[in-house]
Design a protein around this ligand. Structure first.
Ligand code: FAD
Length: 644
């Protein structure tokens, strides 16, 4: 009721009831006229009344409107279905509420929030309709703007999140859904700390403290996704204040920088490797020059020496120098990279063969489990080097499980697509054969994982690891055009996956498969003579795994005795060159007298030209350089048997 009409009512004494009612009605109409757009129609929809506001907004005169249908305002925005729903609602005597977009006489468009009330006769049939509308054009425009902005925010790759001051999520764009895996419906209202900062939910306090001092704050942190995986995120936080300057809400724009960080780490590692490689390569070269004369001098002294005591000391010098030379060989491999021969290799057979050997030498507390996909393709590789890679990985897996566990090996084809390639800068798009070696051991921290391929980096006790195994592994894999992926978690084990490019040409060729299978024995007895126990044992285990029988001796004297005892049955003698009591060449000389045709394979850590000449002069054509692989040994053994 207006103030004016209230004043005119006061002080005029009692008035008749119908005058009161009329006055009340006129006040109501006045109030309605001021605020609402009103129209009345008959039951067919023909307009019988419009108020001033209706005329103003529609830009039609009252005369133009009376007798017309509301169709005159129709902007063709709403569907037939929508209009039909208005009519069926009101025709059944019910009130219809909704938003309509209308067109004014001059063509301009406006939105009205509309209520249509049917007035019914005694039988409940509508006799007229009253439409009361409020203009909402501005609100609709604001909503549309917000919708457009929201769709723009949804297009952003970044996660855009708005939280109240207690970090409850108020807004969560599509980017956030994609980045964290939580759909909007589940994220809304949740505490951001428990949603994406599971490692440290209290970090929200840190964010709040930082934003109290500065309205904007950029930070880098590890966030957790819905599936539990972690991503490195650069978060740009803003504290948004209301018009009075009071903190209102937090806005975060988060970018997933995991890939960028991985690529940077990779680059840093590559640079570190390159400089260490250059340095180590130079040192190794110098050391080789120092060690070679020591080795040669020791040999000369050994030849001249008749004193047993001095002989022992010379032996120590020679062995240590040989160890040093071996180490240098590895350093040079790492520094210069691997060249080696390339033939078609079927990893499914190679891995199976090597598992047989490793299973023999592992402690009983370690179970070996393998899954080799029969359709695994071929690769172009140096089989000896691939065996070295596998041996390195197996030894590491074994050492990571001192209390036992499971060593699992899997071989299969793998395709690296664009997404997968982005995860590892060394990986190129294409088809690969992947060999994965997993253990259930102590695992590694992310810091250790970031260093494991650095030469000389080792977590093993002094004397137990050179720190060259994995750097050599990486060097070999890279020289084959492949790459290595590592996954490890402290306390949960590690998985090393080595990827070698699939050799499309050779793939599927039967000949290639059979060519690569290790030649196996047929019960032949092999005499192994070596003073190093672990060499004797692994060589015997390897031979026995592949169809041979083996007997061992730890020096030349024992070797001769054993040969004399089993002369009829021994097929091949595999002997070390440098041994205490009686060395290889002396033993070979006597052996040849006992059995001139017996095939002999000489093995050595580092065979000098003189040694080679000495054994060759006794008819020994086959030799094998330590450390050798089972494949090496089996191939050389097959050659020895053929020469018989
Ligand atoms: P039409 O083809 O005319 O109608 C679509 C469907 O609606 C038809 O197939 C039919 O099922 C149903 N229908 C149409 N007319 C009738 C009728 N007389 N009786 C029963 N069913 C029918 N329209 C606006 O665009 N803006 C408005 O603000 C607006 N306000 C209205 C207020 C009142 C009080 C009333 C009664 C109607 C109002 N209308 C309004 C609806 C309007 O009268 C027209 O029906 C509509 O604009 C016609 O749209 P059309 O030509 O696309 O569809």
């Amino acid at each position: 009721m207006s103030e004016q009409s209230a004043a005119s009512t006061s002080g005029s004494g009692p008035v008749p009831a119908d005058r009161d009612a009329l006055k009340e009605l006129s006040d109501l109409r006045y109030a309605l006229d001021e605020s609402a757009i009103v129209a009345i129609t008959d039951q067919t929809g023909k307009i019988t009344f419009v108020n001033d506001k209706f005329c103003r907004i529609s830009k039609y005169s009252r005369e133009e409107l009376i007798g017309e249908d509301h169709r005159i305002l129709n902007s063709s925005y709403h569907s037939k279905e929508f209009i039909r729903n208005i009519w069926t609602t009101i025709a059944s005597g019910k009130v219809w509420r909704g938003e309509l977009r209308n067109r004014a006489k001059d063509g301009s468009l406006y939105w009205v929030d509309t209520t249509i009330v049917p007035f019914l006769d005694d039988k409940g049939k509508p006799i007229q309709y009253i439409a009361i509308r409020y203009e909402i054009t501005e609100r609709k425009a604001a909503e549309e703007r917000i919708r457009q902005q929201a769709s723009l925010l949804d297009k952003a790759q970044d996660a855009i999140v708005v939280c109240d001051l207690k970090f409850h999520v108020l807004y969560w764009n599509k980017g956030a859904e994609r980045m964290y895996g939580w759909p909007l419906s589940e994220a809304l209202g949740k505490n951001l700390g428990s949603l994406i900062l599971q490692d440290n939910p209290d970090r929200v306090h840190e964010i709040r403290d930082a934003l109290e001092h500065a309205n904007e704050w950029t930070t880098e942190y590890i966030h957790t996704k819905r599936d539990g995986s972690r991503i490195t995120v650069q978060a740009r936080w803003t504290l948004v204040r209301d018009e009075r300057g009071k903190p209102d809400y937090f806005l975060a724009i988060n970018t997933d920088i995991s890939e960028r960080r991985r690529a940077e780490e990779h680059l840093l590692r590559a640079q570190r490797m390159e400089s260490i490689g250059t340095l180590a390569g130079g040192i190794a070269h110098d050391l080789n020059n120092i060690l070679s004369p020591i080795l040669m001098a020791v040999e000369m002294l050994e030849l001249k020496n008749r004193d047993e005591d001095i002989g022992k000391w010379l032996d120590v010098i020679r062995k240590c120098s040989e160890r040093g030379a071996n180490l240098i060989k590895q350093v040079l491999t790492f520094a210069r990279g691997m060249e080696g021969k390339r033939i078609t290799v079927q990893p499914k057979y190679l891995v199976k063969d090597i598992i047989k050997v490793i299973a023999e030498t592992l402690p009983k507390s370690i179970a070996v489990d393998y899954k080799i996909s029969p359709d695994t393709g071929a690769i172009s590789a140096d089989p000896t080097q691939i065996q070295q890679v596998l041996m390195n990985l197996f030894v590491n897996a074994r050492d990571a499980m001192p209390d036992g566990g499971t060593l699992s090996v899997a071989v299969s084809n793998a395709t690296i697509d664009e997404t997968a390639a982005r995860g590892n800068p060394e990986a190129e798009i294409g088809d690969y054969v992947v060999i994965s070696v997993s253990d259930t051991g102590h695992g590694m921290s992310p810091h250790v994982v970031s260093r494991i391929f650095d030469p000389f980096f080792t977590t093993k006790e002094v004397g137990k690891g050179t720190g060259l195994g994995l750097s050599t592994t990486l060097s070999i894999v890279k020289s084959h055009g492949g790459f290595v992926n590592v996954y490890s978690e402290p306390g949960r084990g590690s998985r090393f996956s080595v990827y070698f490019p699939l050799d499309e040409v050779a793939d599927g060729k039967e000949t290639a498969e059979s060519a690569e299978r290790s030649p196996i024995g047929n019960g032949e007895l092999i005499l192994i003579v070596d003073d190093e126990e672990h060499i004797r044992e692994t060589a015997a285990a390897a031979l026995e795994s592949f169809g041979y029988k083996a007997i061992t001796a730890s020096n030349g004297v024992e070797g001769l005795a054993s040969f004399a005892e089993n002369m009829e049955s021994v097929s091949v003698v595999l002997t070390d060159i440098s041994m205490p009591k009686m060395d290889g060449p002396s033993m070979i000389k006597t052996l040849k007298k006992l059995s001139p045709g017996i095939p002999i394979i000489a093995m050595s850590g580092l065979m000098s030209a003189e040694q080679k000449a000495a054994i060759e002069s006794q008819g020994v054509r086959l030799n094998i350089i330590k450390p050798f692989t089972a494949q090496n040994l089996l191939t050389t053994m097959a050659q020895a048997l053929k020469s018989k």
